[in-house]
Design a protein around this ligand. Sequence first.
Ligand SMILES: *Cc1c(COP(=O)(O)O)cnc(C)c1O
Length: 344
Amino acid sequence: MAIQYPPRERLANVPTPLQPLNRITEKYSTPYGGPQLWIKRDDLTESAMSGNKLRKLEFIVAEAKALGCDTLITCGGEQSNHCRATALAAAKTGLRAHLILRGKALFGSDELPADGNLLVDHLAGAAVSVYPLREYVEQLPALFEYWAEHYRQLGGKALCIPTGGSDGLGIWGYIKCAEEVLADCAALNFVPEHLVCASGSGGTQAGLTLGCQLLGVASAVTGYAVCDDADYFVNKIVADVADWRQRYGQTFGFDKSKIQVTDSFIGPGYALAGPEIYRTIAEAAQLEGILLDPVYTGKAFHGLLEDVRNGKYRGSNHLVFVHTGGQFGVFPHRAEFMQYLDGL
Ligand SMILES: *Cc1c(COP(=O)(O)O)cnc(C)c1O
């Protein structure tokens, strides 16, 4: 049965390419009996708006317009790809964006020159409020309410978008991507045994997992956590799917036992990576001409290659890694790359 999607604002260049990773497969998978590795290039959803968040924003912006909103309020880390994509998508669709950002230090980090995603946020004309880490963590709902009220007072109306755009609305983006990538594979005459992505706020994995189930395809979706543990992601994905069911009156019986999360490659913490991640990023650039990032895709891809080596994917023929973007987040890490460059 065809999936009925809610209204979508067209922002992404889809379908994104599905490409084989032949040089990496030859070096890191074939010798261990692993599958052919493929990459779904969601880093190419757009140039500046690049990455996975744009697929979610297509549905979020359409909803904002349907509700008569003139402002998008969202939140994230200072180098949030989601906030940057929201700022640009708002600009393009004539909406205002207000970003609630988590600063590093006690007093935020307004004093630092804007770099990477944050620089783009400013270029896109977004209003940016940076809060000290503790205030952000403890007060986030109140901060959303404060700014929503601020725009109400001005006669406007804001849509509040949760972290990463991950909720029952945003996951439509990756339900749709599941349908797209399975069609890409079908055109090449295979069904992938595995789909793999980085998991940060869980919406990408939730959408892919739900999408495969809705389509009745047995492909296993595995998320590589970049921050919280596996239990957190299982609960988050269940919650996003429950929100989706409730919002859209869906009765589909989602099988939560199919949620697979690997939390062995988080390293020191969110946005903190060891030398092995920087090395994998350099190697992917050198072998395949692709750019991974140290916060999400580099960690997930590194974990994937380790698991291929450990035999986790032995016996399967095709594995698709969904490249979720993050290019702008590479540059603020220039110092770490330099530190490890000699050993690469
Ligand atoms: C946000 C993000 C992810 C994680 O996606 P979620 O849906 O939040 O789990 C992965 N990669 C990149 C580059 C991202 O910006």
